[in-house]
Design a protein around this ligand. Structure first.
Ligand code: FE
Ligand code: FE
Ligand code: ZN
Length: 278
């Protein structure tokens, strides 16, 4: 089964997101838990959530991959920014429980000159403050491109964060194809080698989702500029290998490509046609 979808606007609620996903030919999707630049989250309408859950069940949706706001920096130097991150994540995770058993992806953060070790420790500290034993949501660290002072720029840094988290069973990793490529992992000519390295450093059991994006820039550029599937430096052959790789089957695949609805529908149907078991 190929679970694939794109980012969908959360402004009209859960059922509207589900219907929009179906319109695009998707059976999973990503959404921002609140405005990507931060701010207050919309109140949850439980009837709307119920209708969505029925629709998702009826259409055999895969796990959703919610995305935390970009402004959330768990390893900022300023305490008020970290307080915002802590409160946002705690509130988001409480909201995620209305749609149980899904994924909540976030950028591990930017250490803003404090150094990776400090950044890693700060991010793990907030996770230890907000994760709850009773939660059904799995929190995913996104692989980052290493732009600026981002942490999570390589598999080792992700592993260091995971090592410091107490409730490890609540954690996972989301692999962003543009970010790992920009981070220097050659998924074009050596996908097996990259996955072997992930297995060795982190363990493939931690890999829960994929952000599928082409990249405007060459391998190791640390730029993080997404391109449409097949129109960047990664190319369609690598994407075909990824969706068909035996070690990556069943993971929800989320497109974060610069597209409109028609563009996403096209990419979803193209990738479905390239998936061997369908
Ligand atoms: Fe992201
Ligand atoms: Fe991403
Ligand atoms: Zn990105």
């Amino acid at each position: 089964m190929l679970y694939i979808g794109s980012h969908i606007s959360a402004s009209k609620g859960y059922e509207a997101m589900g219907k929009q996903a179906l319109k695009l030919g998707a059976n999973t999707f990503a959404f921002f838990t609140r405005n990507p630049r931060g701010g207050k989250a919309k109140a949850i309408d439980e009837e709307d959530v119920k209708r969505f859950l029925a629709l998702a069940k009826e259409h055999s949706f895969g796990k959703l991959v919610a995305h935390a706001p970009y402004t959330m920096n768990t390893c900022a130097a300023k305490e008020d920014i970290r307080r915002f991150a802590r409160e946002t994540m705690a509130d988001d995770l409480a909201r995620m429980e209305f749609t149980p058993g899904n994924y909540y992806n976030f950028h591990p953060g930017s250490h803003v000159g404090q150094g990776s070790d400090t950044g890693i420790a700060m991010t793990a500290e907030i996770l230890n403050e907000v994760l709850k034993p009773e939660q059904t949501t799995t929190v995913l660290l996104e692989t980052m491109s290493g732009k600026g002072s981002e942490i999570g720029r390589n598999f080792e840094e992700l592993k260091e964060i995971l090592d410091k988290v107490e409730l490890k069973e609540k954690m996972g990793v989301c692999l962003d194809t543009c970010h790992v490529w920009d981070g220097g992992y050659d998924i074009v000519t050596d996908l097996d080698g990259v996955l072997a390295s992930f297995e060795e450093v982190v363990g493939l059991g931690w890999l829960k989702a994929i952000h599928m994006n082409d990249s405007m820039n060459p391998l190791g550029s640390h730029k993080d500029r997404h391109e449409k599937i097949g129109q960047g430096q990664i190319g369609i052959n690598a994407m075909e290998q990824i969706i068909n790789h035996p070690k990556l089957q069943g993971l929800p695949i989320i497109l974060e490509t610069p597209n409109d609805d028609a563009g996403w529908a096209k990419e979803i149907s193209m990738l479905r046609s390239l998936h061997k078991s369908e």
